[in-house]
Design a protein around this ligand. Structure first.
Ligand code: ADP
Length: 452
């Protein structure tokens, strides 16, 4: 087992990884920018190293500084968390060249899944159902028109290297395609340094349902069920739950079995998530994430398994040590992502926490690096806390979630807590009747209800 792990991240996820390490008797090294000297992840870690000035490209994305921090502290592994360098194949290659273990999958799989066109091809070949789409990348507007005619409108032009809900343009019909193609291509080049785009059929009212898998280096593969992440704004998740309120046991088993079979054939190692759209009883693969997800706690709450500990054990070469039938699912869990943003305009609202009171009690978990007096810096992602609640069933979970949201106090800045209160009070949400557009409809509906 590792003796010392360097955590190449900040905020709640750096704390999350630190906690797993602590419980396993592993020492931790925090890295931080000059804007984060007072951050909780720095305070809790056994050691810390300043890796650069506030902008992420000069600190949390600064590979030479991070490698130097590993060498100075003698850490034997790096946990990248999510975001930042977690899906960067070049980083993974450099880490390996320095004889350091990256707690994550092999470079070839990070690379394959980082290219959504390659991911579609690979998983489609292995029997995973895909969203109908172009056969590979679409090089020019003429090829886009030909592919769209075959797929049928509406279509989405998507960036092969896209992420974070960016790099997608909708063409409702043929007239809009040239513009969608040109815009998507330009934006993809600017945002991801890769202007490769492809086409997918635009599904009108799907749910986003994803399967969590874990594979060791000895050929064992398991799944931890699904997460329903359909409560989104601008294609970004705000609330996630498990199990999905609409999935039957048969559909769950079917899609999980197909995902596992594909993962096994790929020879994948580590934690991974296969993301699907689900509409009219059918699953359509959209992408695979080769890292820990923000929403992993809902899975931990219903399985009782520490996914970060599993990642660390697997990276150290340990076998999973259990099979699918050993994984039991209990009750229901929902996560709310709380951001330092206006709950109406979503304008970032960084500031100093004047009062902080996280909710507690049975089945309530708060993953956050906030503390009273802490100043949220303006340089990074605005998510400041995750509230995760577990109940014996969805009804109890929702009741407990509403109560927890009432208790939660974060003063000194605007947060999206008010939006979460509004969603969890909504009757359609309570009935589990929502798709990926529901939240945006609800926010614009005059009576607060998201009727289509
Ligand atoms: P990213 O990597 O940027 O998160 P994804 O491909 O995972 O991009 O898609 C993110 C979200 O965008 C999905 O959860 C869904 O809301 C929407 N989306 C993606 N592809 C489609 C599609 N073909 N039809 C409708 N919505 C889509």
């Amino acid at each position: 087992m590792f003796e010392k792990v360097l955590i190449a991240n900040r905020g709640e996820i750096a704390l999350r990884v630190h906690r797993a390490c602590r419980e396993m008797g592993i020492r931790t090294v925090a890295v931080h920018s000059t804007a984060d000297s007072d951050a909780m992840h720095v305070r809790l870690a056994d050691e810390s190293v300043c890796i650069g000035p506030p902008p992420a490209r000069d600190s949390y994305l600064n590979v030479p500084s991070i490698i130097a921090a590993v060498e100075v502290t003698g850490a034997d592994a790096i946990h990248p968390g999510y975001g930042f360098l977690s899906e960067n194949a070049d980083f993974a290659r450099i880490v390996a060249a320095h004889g350091i273990t990256l707690i994550g999958p092999e470079v070839r799989h990070i690379e394959m899944m980082g290219d959504k066109v390659a991911a579609r091809e690979a998983l489609g070949r292995l029997g995973v159902p895909l969203v109908p789409g172009s056969d590979g990348p679409v090089p020019d507007a003429a090829a886009a028109r030909a592919a769209a005619a075959e797929i049928g409108y509406p279509v989405l032009v998507k960036a092969a290297s896209g992420g974070g809900g960016r790099g997608m343009k909708l063409a409702e019909q043929a007239e809009g395609l040239d513009e969608a193609f040109a815009t998507a291509r330009r934006e993809a080049g600017e945002a991801f340094d890769d202007d490769t785009v492809y086409l997918e059929k635009y599904l009108e009212a799907p749910r986003h349902i994803e399967i969590q898998i874990m594979a060791d280096s000895h050929g064992a593969v398991v799944h931890f069920g699904e997460r329903d992440c359909s409560i989104q704004r601008r294609h970004q998740k705000l609330i996630e739950e498990s199990p999905s309120p609409i999935l039957s046991a048969e559909s769950r088993e079917d899609i999980a079995a197909r995902a596992l079979a594909a993962i096994k054939r790929l020879g994948y190692r580590g934690a991974g998530t296969l993301e699907f759209l689900y509409q009219d009883g059918a699953f359509y693969f959209i992408e695979m994430n080769t890292r820990l997800q923000v929403e992993h706690p809902v899975t931990e709450m219903i399985t009782g398994i520490d996914l970060v500990r599993e990642q660390i054990r697997i990276a150290a070469g340990a076998p999973l040590g259990y099979g699918q039938s050993d994984i039991r699912f209990h009750g229901h869990a929902i996560e709310c992502r709380v951001c330092a943003e206006s709950p109406e305009t979503f304008r970032p609202s960084p500031g100093t926490v004047t009062d902080y009171h996280p909710p507690g009690g049975l089945g309530v978990r708060v993953d956050s690096a906030l503390y009273s007096g802490y100043t949220v810096p303006p340089y990074y992602d605005s998510m400041v806390a995750k509230l995760i609640v577990h109940g014996a069933n969805r009804e109890e979970c929702l009741m407990r979630l509403r109560r927890s949201l009432e208790e939660f106090v974060i003063d000194g800045m605007e947060t999206t807590l008010a939006l979460h209160r509004r969603v969890t009070d909504d009757s359609e949400f309570a009935e589990g009747r929502y798709d990926i557009h529901w939240l945006e409809r609800m926010m614009t509906a005059p009576n607060g209800e998201a009727r289509p």
